[in-house]
Design a protein around this ligand. Structure first.
Ligand code: FNR
Length: 180
């Protein structure tokens, strides 16, 4: 079973990005499962905390012990990643957590009420992923633009978006299999 650990860069109740992750959990191909890991208890990163990990960072670390891949809900804040997401990635990049993202296959999805979706946040994530050593899937990112028309009551209802997400997850899973 391929364990895909999912984190969402929004901790907002009713988050559109969380809704896309929830849809992904339904649509992953057979042989894959999605494990949601909330970020709302992850402390703000400080090097001062690394010698004695606080509970939120420890729980984040533990969630990656048996991760085969990471799925990232990537909201766009000011044309970039949210602070919540960057904070988690900063923790996970560190040797104090065993650098669990190094060489880990990764895929990002995003939703925005705006017309260009989360294209700019995805582009910025590529820079961070390259720096950390995550193996970010080179395929097209799933971005749900104008998402207020496509997500209702926390559910991704737009069939075109669901089809694209499902196809992307299949391609991602196939790509993971091909990686050494
Ligand atoms: C935003 N939003 C936003 N949207 C976008 O498409 N491009 C952007 O640059 C920004 N910038 C931005 C900054 C800040 C501080 C906030 C709070 C919001 C809108 C954003 O996409 C919208 O609030 C989403 O609903 C956030 O994702 P969740 O919480 O629904 O997952």
């Amino acid at each position: 079973m391929t364990n895909i650990v999912a984190i969402c860069g929004s901790i907002r109740k009713g988050s559109f990005n969380q809704a896309v992750l929830d849809a992904a959990a339904e649509l992953v191909p057979d042989g894959c499962k999605v494990t949601m890991v909330p970020l709302d208890q992850v402390e703000l990163f400080s090097e001062d905390l690394e010698d004695d990990l606080p509970p939120g960072a420890q729980a984040l670390k533990d969630a990656f012990d048996d991760a085969d891949a990471i799925l990232i809900g990537n909201p766009e804040y000011n044309h970039s990643l949210s602070g919540v997401l960057k904070n988690a990635l900063d923790w996970l990049s560190r040797g104090s957590l065993g650098s669990p993202l190094r060489d880990l296959p990764a895929m990002s999805v995003g939703a925005s009420p705006g017309p260009v979706g989360t294209a700019r946040a995805h582009a910025h994530l590529r820079v961070v992923a390259w720096t950390i050593g995550m193996r970010l899937w080179p395929g097209p990112e799933v971005l749900v633009n104008n998402c207020k028309d496509k997500i209702e009551d926390g559910k991704l209802t737009d069939q075109g978006s669901r089809d694209f997400l499902e196809k992307s997850l299949k391609n991602f899973a196939d790509w993971i299999e091909r990686l050494d």
